[in-house]
Design a binder for this molecule. Structure first.
Ligand SMILES: Nc1ncnc2c1ncn2[C@@H]1O[C@H](COP(=O)(O)OP(=O)(O)OP(=O)(O)O)[C@@H](O)[C@H]1O
Length: 598
């Protein structure tokens, strides 16, 4: 292959590409680049910071916000007001602006982040509008005229009054922010954040407080926007409400989506494309049409439709092909094991389900069902479709609240506790419909199970003080994958696996929590015969290692050769409990299953 530009990029390993890119970018003002282009690049840097926040919030965590421009305004107005009216140093004003922005984000987040579906984006429209309206109507903020004469920044006596000075500051901050976000995404906290997009059930079952992480990304995105606002105020030297309007908030989201909302560099790409094309269109379109107006908005609307249709991952899809794929180095050979919990002794009562009941309105889905499970045993919860097995399972694991009854786990009543609290006590589960993060590797998905056995947060990740713990997590994830015979697939993307291996991966993730009780919800559903056999072998081996397992299944054949005890349910009630042989011999069970006469 010829040594073309693509080859040159591939030649730089992933490790060196970013420093090389950063150096190149920071060297631009040293070149004879016209001031116009420096200004353009400054705006791209400012917009990239906001778009980066949206990548984290919308692309990674799945929380759509139209209101980011308002946070840009909070950062801009705070510094503009404090530095012009109260002669506060712009650097001190930056921290005051950020503190204010964090408080506003915490209040708005507390009010809106529990909303689901389209309510959250609607709420962001509402607060985006009201914050902008507040800025535009405050006498002391200059109403619609805004604040003039905002001082230029200086850095250790060096004036940043010109475009080139601001360029270095803006791009140093933008690149540092990108590195920070990349580091967070490749960490324990990042995996928790990435889990938010596919709903809260799986993440909570791994012990992750999904609300806390929603709040974390919301505050991070708001802070990035506020930093952009602070830079904007001291770059433009004036602020007024229009750049912080709802329209601009929508434009920021547009940039992120156009560039690639799931990729850090997608945010930068979108900011660059929108800024550059917008300027060209503002000159070109009035000439073509013969009248002036915001026609570029129409063009952008059409472009967005085309991009969403042909490259739903955004323009980064095309650029990203040039960048060498990230490959995790296996550097955890000498990692210390993660902390382990005390396990129940064989034969000890692990689970005592006492008369659990669940009513959905008039329907009694689970009707006073009781059973027990001892350490080292496998129990199968069996029954035809609609018998109430999954509901019972969800009552035990805290996904659903009980109408009445008790669930005693290792001597403690866990009824009424959240699934996160129950996970902390040592119950771990898989799901009837596999819940995973398809764009993460198998190893990373399994490492999510080690969440409660580790502690590093966002700050430690940004400063890379979490690397030892990451090694311990990956060592444990690999160990659990090896335990179920999947170590060779650890670097594959989870979404590329067939259903059988995906179900096994979920078991490895549950094992990574170091459970005292493993609960499997229809693990054989949808599997082919060979995959079922492989799964049965894994479960037998886990039992031989002393693990206690509760299994929900409606596949009789799969369960019979595997379990020690069976509880059969029908129409929400317990039909019988017994050994596989007793259950097989029962005419009631056969009737329930095969529809034969009693
Ligand atoms: N959230 C809910 N709201 C109302 N009814 C529900 C809800 N969840 C389950 N049900 C009803 O409760 C009954 C038991 O359902 P459940 O899913 O527990 O059965 P199952 O034995 O697990 O069946 P399957 O093997 O098909 O999953 C069904 O009649 C179902 O329609």
């Amino acid at each position: 292959m010829a040594f073309g530009p693509r080859r040159a990029v591939q030649f730089l390993s992933a490790k060196w590409l970013l420093p090389a890119f950063a150096l190149l970018l920071l060297a631009v003002p040293l070149l004879p680049v016209p001031e116009f282009w420096i200004t353009q690049l400054n705006y791209i840097g400012l917009y990239s910071l906001v778009a980066l926040g949206l990548v984290l919030l919308t692309g990674v965590a799945g929380l759509t916000s139209f209101g980011q421009a308002a946070f840009v305004g909070v950062g801009a107005y705070t510094s503009a007001y404090l530095s012009t009216q109260l002669a506060v140093s712009p650097w001190l004003a930056l921290f005051i602006g950020l503190a204010l922005c964090v408080v506003v984000a915490l209040v708005l987040g507390a009010l809106t982040l529990r909303m689901s579906g389209h309510y959250l984006p609607l709420a962001t429209l509402a607060w985006g509008l009201s914050l902008n309206y507040t800025m535009a109507n405050m006498e002391f903020l200059g109403k619609y005229d805004g604040i003039l004469g905002v001082p230029a920044l200086s850095f250790f006596g060096l004036s940043l009054a010109d475009g080139r000075g601001m360029y270095w500051l803006i791009w140093s901050i933008a690149l540092a922010a990108a590195v920070g976000v990349l580091r967070v995404l490749d960490s324990r906290a990042g995996r928790a954040i990435r889990a938010l997009k596919s709903g809260t059930t799986m993440a909570e079952a791994m012990g992750i407080s999904t609300f806390r992480y929603k709040m974390t990304v919301f505050v991070m995105a708001a802070v990035l926007a506020a930093i952009s606002g602070w830079l904007f105020a001291h770059f433009q030297r004036t602020v007024n409400p229009s750049p912080f309007s709802l329209g601009k908030g929508i434009e920021y989201l547009f940039m992120a989506v156009l560039g690639g909302v799931s990729h850090v560099w997608g945010g930068f790409t979108g900011a660059a494309v929108v800024k550059l094309v917008e300027d060209q269109l503002q000159v070109l379109l009035p000439k073509l049409i013969g009248t002036s107006g915001n026609f570029e908005t129409i063009v952008f609307g059409l472009v967005l439709i085309l991009v969403l249709k042909y490259a739903p991952e955004g323009l980064w899809t095309f650029l990203g092909r040039w960048v060498p794929a990230f490959r995790r180095q296996k550097d955890w050979h000498d990692a210390q094991p993660l902390p382990a919990r005390d396990k129940p002794q064989r034969g000890e009562l692990v689970l005592d389900v006492q008369k659990v009941r669940k009513q959905f309105g008039g329907l009694v889905a689970v009707n006073d069902v009781s059973f027990t499970l001892r350490a080292g045993d496998i129990m199968g919860l069996l029954g035809p479709n609609g018998a109430g097995k999954s509901t019972t399972f969800n009552l035990i694991t805290g996904v659903l609240g009980l109408t009445s009854g008790q669930v005693v786990f290792r001597g403690q009543n866990v009824a009424g506790l959240s699934s996160r609290e129950i996970a902390r006590r040592g119950m771990s589960r898989t799901f009837q419909h596999v819940k995973m993060i398809p764009e993460m590797t198998v190893l990373e998905n399994v490492a999510l199970g080690g969440y409660l056995r580790s502690s590093a947060g966002v700050t430690r990740a940004m400063l890379r003080l979490d690397r030892e713990e990451e090694k311990r997590l990956f060592a444990e994830a690999e160990r659990q994958l090896a335990r179920i015979g999947m170590a060779l697939q650890m670097n594959e993307l989870a979404g590329n696996l067939a259903l059988g291996p995906q179900r096994l991966m979920e078991i490895a993730r549950a094992l990574c929590t170091d459970p005292a009780l493993l609960l499997l919800d229809e693990p054989a559903a949808g599997l082919r015969l060979k995959e079922k056999q492989a799964l049965a072998d894994v479960l037998r081996q886990l039992k031989a290692e002393g693990l206690t397992i509760l299994l929900v299944e409606h596949d009789m054949d799969f369960v019979m050769g595997l379990v020690d005890h069976i509880t059969v349910m029908e129409f929400g009630t317990k039909l019988m409990s017994g050994t596989p042989a007793e259950v097989q011999a029962s005419p009631e069970v056969r009737a329930a299953y095969l529809g034969t006469e009693h």
